[in-house]
Design a protein around this ligand. Structure first.
Ligand code: NDP
Length: 239
């Protein structure tokens, strides 16, 4: 299968790629933007099985080019993992307009653009798996994350709505809601805040990127054929 993963240089993106590469039959396409060092290292150690693709997920043209490149290589996307995203937290009363829009664009508009770009080839092959990486913030709506929580809640709703549209086309659409996963996304968190967060997690530890990747691998498999429109939280028991 051909797996397209956005945010391919990030902590979760690399773990997703490594997980799919465990299956010798999978070809991985990693969408990268500015930073690509880790993705390049991964690609160098896997030869033709990993290809890097320039993909700013907020850019319609990038999506079009990415999917065209795959189709021209006769490697039409079978699995799309909408993983790219970021948060820029702050109280709404003081939130600059740009922080609202940039977070909505990168986390929600991107998922619309990505799904739309792959649907035609997936419908053509009557098979597809779309996995949207939302967040526990979509369900918890924490203070200080109005932009991010709204975007990720939008991803959950988009997932459910699209799953119904695609239910008879062989395409499943599901969302993952990770809690606190140990990647660069949490790197700038002050130690005191980290300790406070650990106290709220029943398992008393952060999640590992591989633990999210394992769930994505299952949802992408043919065995997961009757699961669509699902929202799976991966949070060590917080919610
Ligand atoms: P990272 O910060 O490690 O990786 C995020 C990746 O997204 C980076 O590769 C970044 O690229 C990319 N990205 C951001 N904006 C764009 C864009 N416009 N176009 C293309 N790529 C972009 O974070 P994670 O790996 O942890 O996060 C992956 C996903 O999981 C995100 O959607 C995040 O919201 C979600 N998530 C993460 C949680 C966590 O605790 N880690 C919890 C819940 C959800 P670049 O390096 O070029 O900026």
């Amino acid at each position: 299968m051909n797996i397209l993963i956005t945010g391919g240089n990030g902590g979760l993106g690399i773990a997703l790629a490594e997980r799919f590469l465990q299956n010798a039959g999978h070809q991985v396409w990693l969408g990268v933007r500015a930073n690509r060092n880790r993705a390049e290292v991964l690609a160098a150690s896997h030869g033709d099985r990993v290809r890097l693709i320039d993909l700013d997920v907020t850019q319609e043209n990038d999506w079009q080019r990415a999917v065209e490149l795959m189709v021209q290589s006769e490697q039409s996307p079978d699995v799309l993992i909408n993983n790219a995203g970021f948060h820029k937290d702050g109280l709404l009363a003081m939130m600059p307009t740009e922080d609202w829009h940039s977070v909505i664009r990168a986390n929600l508009d991107s998922v619309y653009l990505g799904c739309r770009a792959v649907l035609k080839p997936m419908m053509g092959s009557r098979f597809g798996r779309i996995i949207n990486i939302a967040s526990l913030s979509a369900l918890l709506a924490p203070r200080g994350q109005t932009n991010y929580a709204a975007a990720k809640a939008g991803v959950v709703a988009l997932t459910q709505s699209l799953s119904k549209e695609m239910a008879r086309a062989g395409i499943t659409v599901n969302a993952l809601c990770p809690g606190y996963i140990d990647t660069e996304a949490l790197a700038d968190m002050p130690e005191a805040e980290r300790k406070g967060i650990l106290a709220t997690i029943p398992m008393r530890r952060l999640g590992k990127p591989e633990e999210v990747a394992a769930a994505a691998a299952f949802l992408a498999s043919r065995e997961a054929s009757y699961i669509t429109g699902a929202t799976l939280k991966i949070d060590g028991g917080i919610l």
